[in-house]
Write a protein that binds this ligand. Structure first.
Ligand code: 5AD
Ligand code: FES
Length: 328
């Protein structure tokens, strides 16, 4: 019922309830995670994704370990203490390379690191964990194995699910999430996604609207809508009161106030891009992606300013997530 049009008049009350619960359980801080998009090479052909192999016209780039280090160093100097290293499924960075990057970063910078680099074996994940990765983000994208297989020619739903279980078992702070408005998804499927995420019980959940990219097979499909995305987010807040929920860039890209509305419907995280500006436009997951021209300093200042106007404050700290308050 929450995802049907009949629920629309009740949405404002749902958003207010989620906002109040966020305040009660996590306070007013908006945690910033500096996002480093270090490679847009991808061996996968996800039907929605602008950096998938479907896109033949995009220029590809890879950052060297040294460039990744310098990027983190710069943002660390600005005060960032939490970083997300993200890329396409690019095995140019093999297990040893990723471990080396982690080792070096964790030795030099006192910071939290989230990996968002796709599916790996449990053995590799264990080594990433041992090298100091604190968190791992891997969206399930959809809980429906049939829909998943139609959209992901190079991945299997069971593998994705298994990988998420491994991530949890290895003690990473686990992040997952879904896309909203995928063709063929429907309210029942969203309800199943919701139940899937509750059962997974992750520390972080990122949800965003599907945005059609012109160089992908889904180019003529409808964009996911913001109200449904906010509804899903607010329900997540009510059922996972201590989880970290980002106001995603995709929400900000389909609506000028998208991220503010998300922060008012249960979200408590922003992920400003701290990658070198010359690479930003090439990490085009979807068209109209915001913040592709501003460098980390400008983006941070801009966020600080609009967040403080909401009577909230940005927090650049590690932002470790302790879901069980008895362990705090
Ligand atoms: N629209 C919205 N989100 C997208 N992602 C990839 N392509 C798109 C798109 N066209 C999301 C996926 C992925 C995350 C990094 O970006 O959910 O997990
Ligand atoms: Fe990036 Fe404003 S948040 S420019």
């Amino acid at each position: 019922m929450f995802f049907s049009p009949d629920f629309a008049p009740f949405r404002p009350q749902l958003f207010t309830a989620a906002d109040e619960l966020r305040k009660q359980s996590l306070g007013d801080d908006v945690y910033l995670r500096g996002l480093v998009e270090f490679s847009n090479y991808c061996s996968c052909g996800c039907a929605y994704c602008g950096i998938s192999w479907h896109n033949k016209s995009i220029q590809r780039y890879r950052m060297s370990s040294e460039e990744i280090f310098e990027t983190v160093k710069y943002a660390f100097g600005l005060g960032f203490r939490s970083f997300v290293l993200q890329s396409g499924e690019d095995k140019f960075y093999d297990e040893r390379t990723v471990v080396k990057i982690l080792d070096k970063l964790k030795n030099v910078f006192d910071c939290a690191i989230t990996l968002s680099i796709g599916e790996w074996s449990k053995e590799s994940l264990r080594n990433f964990r041992c090298a100091g990765a604190d968190r791992y983000l891997l969206r399930i994208e959809t809980s429906d194995p049939d829909l998943f297989s139609r959209l992901h020619p190079d991945s299997k739903w069971d593998d994705r699910h298994r990988c998420l279980q491994d991530i949890k078992e290895l003690g990473f702070q686990t992040g997952s999430g879904i896309l909203i408005g995928l063709p063929g998804q429907g309210p029942e499927s969203l309800y199943q996604d919701f139940k899937y995420l509750l059962a997974l019980d992750p520390e972080m959940v990122g949800v965003g609207p599907f945005i059609p990219h012109p160089e992908t097979p889904l180019k003529n499909e409808k964009c996911g809508d913001l109200d449904t995305t906010l509804t899903f987010l607010a329900l997540l807040r009510l059922f996972l009161p201590r989880s970290f929920l980002p106001a995603t860039t995709a929400m900000g890209s389909i609506h000028p106030e998208g991220r503010k509305l998300a922060l008012l419907a249960g979200a408590n995280v922003l992920m400003p891009n701290v990658s070198p500006t010359e690479n930003r436009a090439m990490y085009e997951l979807y068209p109209g992606k915001i913040c592709i021209t501003d460098d980390a300093l400008k983006c941070h200042k801009c966020m600080e300013s609009w967040v403080s106007k909401m009577n909230r404050r940005t927090n650049l700290g590690k932002g470790h997530i302790i879901k069980d308050s008895s362990k705090k």
